[in-house]
Design a protein around this ligand. Sequence first.
Ligand SMILES: [Zn+2]
Length: 287
Amino acid sequence: MPKLSDVIAALEALWPPAWAEQWDAVGLVCGDPDAEVGRVLFAVDPVREVVDEAIATGADLLVTHHPLYLRGTTTVAATGFKGRVVHTLIRNDIALHVAHTNADRADPGVSDALAEAVGLRVTGPLVPDPADPAGRRGLGRIGELPEPMTLADFARRAAAGLPATATGLRVAGDPGRLVRTVAVCGGSGDSLFDDVRRAGVDVYLTADLRHHPASEAQQAGPPALVDAAHWATEWPWCEQAARRLDEVSERHGWALRTFVSRAVTDPWTAHAQALPLDEPTTSGAPR
Ligand SMILES: [Zn+2]
C-alpha cells in the first residue's frame, strides 16, 4: 500500500497547489505522511455526514473540494463543528486533503466534469489561465450542445445530468428561446458574467446567483441563466477525480480503492412553491 505522502504527491501532480487562487487554502489539512492508504473517499464538503461516510467506508484519506478552514484558526478544539471534524478524522486515522480552486483551474477540472454531466462538448476555458501556453486550463468552460434546443429543454437536460437537490434548477430567460452554446462554471459563478457576455454564448449554467447580478445580467443580455445548487455543480468533479486517481493507482500498482460520497451536502433541504400573486389563497380570499 502507498504511503499518504505518495498519494498526496499524486494528488498535487493532478491539481498543483500553485494553481490555487491566492486567498484559497488547499492541500493536506490533517494526516500522517507515513500512514498507509488503501481507501480514498472523494466529496464536495468536509462536513459531519461526509466524515461519518468516510468512517463507514473504511477510508484512510478523504479528499474534498471545499476547504475545512478557508481562513486561519487558532483552535481545533472539538467544541466547534470544524474542530469536531478534525478530532473525528484523527481519531479514525483518516487524512483530509483539499483540492479547491487548483481543481477548478485544472485540465480537466471541475467545470469539465460539470460540462460532461450536462452533455456538452467543451471547446475551451471561459477564462483562460495566462500561465498555460496550451490555452486549456482556466476558470469555467465553454461548450456546445449536440443540437440547438429550447432553454426549457436545456434546463431539463441539466437537471437530468446533475444529482438531485431540494432546490433544483432556476432559469432566467425565455424558456422557448433556442440555445446551442453554453458557458458553465461549477460553484459560485456570478463574478464571470462579463466573461460570459464576451464569449457570446446562449446560456450560462452556474450556481449561487443573486438577485442583483442576475437581474443586471438579464437586462444587459443576451445569455440566459441556469442556476443550479452549488453542491450539484461541483459533485461531478468527485467522480472525475476518483477516476484520475484510479489511473495513477493502476500505473503504480497501488491497488487503491476509491469511493465517491453520495451524501447530498447542499445546505438547502426543502423547497416550497408559493402561489402566484393573482391566484386566490386556499381560503378563497384575494390577497
Ligand atoms: Zn464550491
